[in-house]
Design a protein around this ligand. Structure first.
Ligand SMILES: Nc1ncnc2c1ncn2[C@@H]1O[C@H](COP(=O)(O)OP(=O)(O)OP(=O)(O)O)[C@@H](O)[C@H]1O
Ligand SMILES: [Mg+2]
Length: 501
């Protein structure tokens, strides 16, 4: 049925399918977007969201299906084709050149020239400044990208997309590493874009932000488009569509008992990011670590896990001083770290899911220097099941998994190793709602079994819902230690801003 009085949607994807070895990533997907609309794409880890967007951006060839823009079928064989059609993508991982300036990144390969092939630097900077300004930011276009915060890099990506006159802007989990105020800024920029008629396709696992930014949501499950709903829509309904079952969105009841002191951190310092931090983690305890971006939380984790050498201070584990700056020593002593930057430090991308899950306990799985593959496989099968890691099988290489499933592998290897002290840095970033709840259960169980957990998170509800005590950091120092009973959103934020102790 075609209604000739209505203009066709800006974008229409029809019956799009894509098969990877062992995985039907896209199965007869239908999806459409209107001008000036923010259309949210939802789904569990591995549902096919990123793949659908890679097809739309010409980065991945579809096996079947049509893509229409303004009602006309288009050819999309390469990212260049997509760019010519005004389709621009900001990926889960940025694509900026760190040592180049913001301006150079925005106009990379399309720099304004004087004629003789010489770059007109003044115009480059002025154009970049005006683009960045139109997004409501004050980023210096001559600053190098590596010196910008994640949020600022994000804005540079958006400006870059605008510079090619994007009509459709794809954002794949743009807020996963942003703070609240940075998210506000990004949403402000999105509003300006849609006001000009640009359509935004927005992928996120942060359910609470959907209604703030989106007009409609399409839910994907197992490679299929399940339903499209106008926003706001009750979150439990969207979650049920995603997971195909009811998910209790509750934190586990805190029935754990605080046991003996386990890890004592004594005056650890690594100026300027870490200053004189002292606290004790007990067995059976989940200690939340809150703070703003750059407050020193990741530095604290890295110092304890031996990834960095502190300038001074001591770490004592079960009465034994830890050799600082020696990661392998920390691992053998029973300290596990799930790092924030999992892509770079968390896993070996070219290796199998099984090998990655077994990594911290190779010494236990090896006999006479040879890894017992049967036991490795059994271990992998268990954790693939426990964490619902979506993979064709245990031998698939981790780099072929979806973003969220790669993270589950990193978390799984430490859960499997049964570390005594588990340090998790942003454990649920990029993880879908259902899996989040499972991770909370696992952390709770681990603590109940006697481990001590240090949980760094920018997700305040998660900090408040999970922690027995909350450490709040501000500018490298421990600003406050709050018991679960006294830790409220306001008190944690106050302390994070350095306003109260
Ligand atoms: N290059 C590839 N080779 C093999 N399988 C792939 C490849 N890319 C994606 N897949 C598979 O396709 C499925 C869909 O992945 P996709 O990345 O689209 O999920 P997603 O919805 O974006 O998940 P997430 O929320 O975790 O980012 C997954 O099962 C994934 O393992
Ligand atoms: Mg994805």
């Amino acid at each position: 049925m075609t209604d000739t009085s209505q203009p066709p949607p800006l974008l229409q994807m029809r019956a799009v399918s894509k098969q990877f070895p062992g995985v039907r990533a896209l199965d007869d997907v239908a999806f459409d977007v209107q001008r000036g609309e923010v259309h949210v794409l939802l789904g569990e880890n591995g549902a096919g969201k990123s793949t659908l967007m890679r097809v739309l951006s010409g980065a991945c060839a579809r096996d079947a299906g049509d893509i229409l823009i303004d009602g006309q079928p288009v050819v999309l064989h390469s990212p260049r084709d997509a760019q010519a059609l005004g389709i621009s993508t900001i990926y889960q991982e940025f694509n900026l050149v760190p040592h180049l300036t913001a301006a150079a990144n925005i106009f990379l390969g399309r720099e304004p020239l004087y004629g003789a092939g010489i770059i007109n630097r003044r115009k480059l900077l002025a154009d970049a400044a005006s683009l960045l300004g139109s997004l409501g930011t004050t980023i210096d276009p001559s600053a190098r990208v590596k010196d910008l915060s994640v949020a600022e890099q994000q804005m540079v990506e958006v400006a870059k997309a605008l510079s090619i006159d994007a009509r459709i802007l794809i954002m794949d989990e743009p807020t996963s590493a942003l703070t609240e105020s940075e998210i506000d800024q990004l949403f402000g920029a999105i509003k300006r874009l849609t006001g000009r008629g640009v359509a935004v396709i927005y992928i996120s696992h942060r359910m609470e932000e959907l209604a703030r930014v989106g007009h409609r949501a399409t839910v994907m499950r197992d490679g299929r488009s399940i339903a499209t709903r106008p926003l706001p829509c009750p979150i439990p309904e969207l979650v049920r569509l995603m997971a195909n079952r009811d998910i209790t969105q509750h934190f586990p009841a805190r029935t754990r008992r605080r046991g003996a002191p386990l890890l004592h951190v004594d005056g650890i310092s690594r100026p300027p990011r870490l200053r004189e931090v002292t606290f004790t983690l007990h067995r059976g305890e989940i200690l939340g670590v809150a703070g703003l971006l750059g407050a020193g939380r990741t530095e604290l984790a890295r110092a304890i896990a031996g990834a960095d050498v502190p300038a001074h201070g001591r770490v004592v584990l079960d009465g034994q001083p830890l050799r600082l700056g020696a990661p392998s020593h920390a691992i053998r002593a029973g300290i596990g770290l799930v790092p924030e930057d999992r892509k770079r430090h968390g896993f070996v991308p070219g290796q199998s899911v099984a090998a990655n899950l077994a990594l911290p306990q190779l010494h236990r799985l090896a006999r006479g220097g040879v890894i017992d593959r049967r036991r490795e496989r059994a271990l992998a099968t268990k954790w693939i099941h426990e964490l619902r890691i979506k993979t064709p099988d245990a031998s698939a290489r981790v780099l072929t998994l979806s973003g969220g499933n790669q993270q589950k592998v990193v978390l799984g290897k430490w859960l499997a190793a049964g570390a005594d002290v588990l340090i998790v840095d942003e454990p649920t970033r990029g993880i879908d709602v259902a899996a989040k709840m499972e991770i909370y259960q696992l952390l709770d169980r681990l603590a109940a079994d006697g481990a001590g957990i240090l949980m760094i998170s920018s997700d305040l509800p998660e900090i408040l819902g999970m922690s027995d005590r909350v450490l709040v950091m501000h500018q490298g120092r421990l600003q406050a230690v709050l018991d679960a009973g006294e830790a409220t959103q306001e008190r944690v934020l106050q302390a994070a801003l350095g306003l109260a102790g």
